[in-house]
Design a protein around this ligand. Structure first.
Ligand SMILES: Nc1ncnc2c1ncn2[C@@H]1O[C@H](COP(=O)(O)OP(=O)(O)O)[C@@H](O)[C@H]1O
Ligand SMILES: [Mg+2]
Length: 417
């Protein structure tokens, strides 16, 4: 791997334990923007610190899951260490590596995934001389506290990094706000602290996020979600009449019996998916609920004679799913209903112009202007109001646009969440 000279902040994160001004600290916390160079310098600094102060000791490197940890942290770290002359013996089945350098001894580094089943129990038994918690804000508090409690060896230090979340998050309140009491060195990273980030990539990130997610991931601030969920939606830009040349068709459904049902018909034209038409039925407003068969008839009306390949539907709509399957005309896909990831990816799809709404879809256009975050909620939840077309759109994006279909860059940012 080719290094650019480390930025000043990266150098501090690498060497704080050796500097007479900062070595008094028991912990280091690096937070801030995505891709700001936190993980690279901290993981390297962690092993260098261990090698300079311990021999034959045990350490832990923890990520959200072991899989993401290996991909984002361990693999690049071992490659870098080898190029610096370290011997790294990776026991992947046992999930640890022995890292040594001639003349300065050998230490063992265990790998844990804070969200993996049973990880808290696994870490419980060992005594550690230090831990590195990468993306600590994504791990359960119980795991983090268990891991910290294992660091009982004299001279042990705690290394934390994360991207910002909601300011009500326990890690923010317990560690960042109380850094003095915890005797922790706090470094705040921005994208300018990563010397390897090109202007192009930086601008792409700036374009990709808006609202609270822009503040968090680009500016690196711990910002509350408030106001509209999709503040980037702009009628001037995102509402337009579709061309006649769509080549593929899908329908996405959010099903309600008492609450409204919202179905959207999507057509693909080139690279863009247009919401061509919609069906929105509010039983409460109409004073009359519809049966599954009646909804199914409307689904068929919505499809008309178009070759709709797939109906993507709310996974909890069991009776409606059975009804659609029984008729045999459409293939059914149960939607991925992870709300925050879905909102994130839908935001990306709107900003990057991958979905456009036809002016005739008045219900989704109305919901865009009303769908907002629940400001009373501590963990980034949207209000469960005006969310029916919003949900069917999210199911559609998760099934058709998100993930690897968005290309490497989108897939990267989506994976992280
Ligand atoms: N000094 C550097 N020289 C070369 N590449 C770097 C340097 N600092 C960071 N990078 C690269 O930039 C990317 C983002 O860095 P990373 O440490 O993963 O950021 P973060 O943890 O803040 O998201 C990684 O691919 C990393 O290898
Ligand atoms: Mg990182």
């Amino acid at each position: 791997m080719k290094f650019k000279p480390f930025s000043k902040k990266q150098k501090t994160a690498l060497r704080w334990w050796a500097d007479p001004l900062t070595r008094k600290y028991d912990a280091i916390i690096c937070d801030g923007a995505v891709r700001s160079g936190k993980t690279l310098c901290m993981s390297l600094g962690f092993v260098l610190w261990a090698a300079s102060n311990f021999d034959g000791a045990d350490f832990a490197i923890c990520g959200k899951t072991v899989t993401s940890l290996k991909r984002n942290v361990v693999t690049p770290l071992l490659r870098t260490l080898r190029s610096l002359g370290f011997d790294c013996l990776e026991k992947s089945s046992a999930s640890f590596a022995d890292i040594s350098m001639e003349g300065i001894g050998c230490n063992r580094f265990y790998f844990f995934g804070g969200k993996d089943e049973g990880s808290a129990a696994l870490i419980q038994g060992i005594t550690l001389s230090g831990i590195l918690l990468d993306e600590v804000a994504l791990m359960p508090r119980s795991f983090v506290e268990q891991a910290i409690a294992r660091c009982s060896v004299t001279g042990s230090k705690l290394w934390f990094n994360c991207n910002p979340e909601n300011p009500a998050h326990w890690f923010y309140r317990e560690w960042i706000c109380r850094q003095k009491e915890k005797n922790a060195l706090y470094l705040h990273f921005t994208m300018n602290d990563n010397p390897a980030l090109t202007d192009d990539i930086r601008k792409r990130y700036e374009r990709l996020y808006s609202g609270a997610f822009y503040e968090r991931f680009v500016l690196g601030k711990w910002t509350r979600t408030d106001g509209l969920v999709y503040p980037m939606f702009d009628k001037q830009k995102h509402v337009a009449s579709p061309p006649d040349s769509c080549t593929e068709f899908r329908i996405s459904c959010d099903y309600g019996t008492v609450n409204p049902s919202s179905f959207g018909l999507w057509g693909k034209c080139g690279d863009v998916w247009y919401r061509l038409r919609e069906y929105y039925y509010d039983a409460r407003k109409e004073g009359l609920s519809r049966t599954d068969e009646e909804h199914y008839r409307e689904l068929c009306n919505l499809a008309g004679d178009l070759p709709v390949k797939l109906v993507i539907i709310d996974p909890s709509a069991a009776s409606m799913i059975t009804c659609i399957e029984r008729h045999g005309r459409f293939k059914v896909l149960k939607a991925d209903n992870r709300v925050l990831v879905g909102i994130q990816r839908t935001s990306e799809a709107i900003i990057s112009g991958k979905i456009i709404i036809s002016p005739s879809c008045s219900d989704i256009i109305r919901e865009f202007s009303l769908y907002c975050w629940d400001e009373g909620s501590l963990n980034d939840a949207p209000k469960k109001e005006n969310d029916h077309a919003m949900d069917d759109m999210r199911y559609f994006v998760m099934a058709e646009i998100a993930g690897d279909k968005m290309g490497g860059f989108f897939a990267y940012s989506a994976r992280r969440r």
